[in-house]
Design a protein around this ligand. Sequence first.
Ligand code: TMP
Ligand code: ASP
Length: 250
Amino acid sequence: MAETTVPQVGGEPEQGEQMYEGKAKKVFATSDPDLCIVSYKDDATAFNGKKHGQILGKGEINNRVSNHLMRLLEADGIRTHLVKELGPRDTLVRRVQIVPLEVIVRNIVAGSMSQRLGVLEGTKLPQPVLEYSYKCDVLDDPLVNDSHIIALGWATRDELDTISALALRINTLLQGHLDAAGIILVDFKLEFGRLPDGEIILADEISPDTCRFWDKATGAKLDKDRFRRDLGGVEQAYAEVRRRLLGTAA
Ligand code: TMP
Ligand code: ASP
């Protein structure tokens, strides 16, 4: 769709050209240079794109779940990129410059931490573990530390202090919201962006693609590990997370 220069009278900005297509989302420019539209796809990948598939209905579920959790975080005082849900899989967001880091918070050992350090999956951590990966597909998102991030200019010391404090605060807040829905927050990945004035805000998504969710009563996995590990019941797990957080609301 061609970008329009017609000024908008109220309402939402017009969708413009596609700026970017990632593994799970497309991002479109809009007639407002400060805003973008994110469109969630059903496509699923794992192991940095080495495994491909589709999870039917995932795009709509992740859009709804992520927006719901971001709204809860906004109410808790966390600034996010969320502006307005436009449709089942489309959301208007603030345009940010993404800090090229995957910020991972872990409450229980699982996944790559379990494999890398030889600690049994399910081991509870006495305090959260914070990890950073450099967002770079060709390098398989390598683990990096504060000094890499600052020395290579991906974020300043001040920005990283803000990011780490926000990530830990978001962990506490999300644990509370998910616990109320009978879900244990095992670990998750966040991405942050800079607004034009330099403020760091929460961006990207919070969904069963980017978190490990375990059922509080049974320990059943309610997240993308069902796809990564061929456990079956993938669509059902995503739908269950949506049902617990949003009820039967359309
Ligand atoms: P990991 O144990 O594979 O490192 O994953 C930690 C968390 O980060 C888990 O909740 C899944 C999420 N994650 C992503 O959102 N994107 C990724 O590319 C990876 C590797 C993990
Ligand atoms: N998001 C990564 C990929 O697309 C890895 C993962 O979620 O497991 O390959």
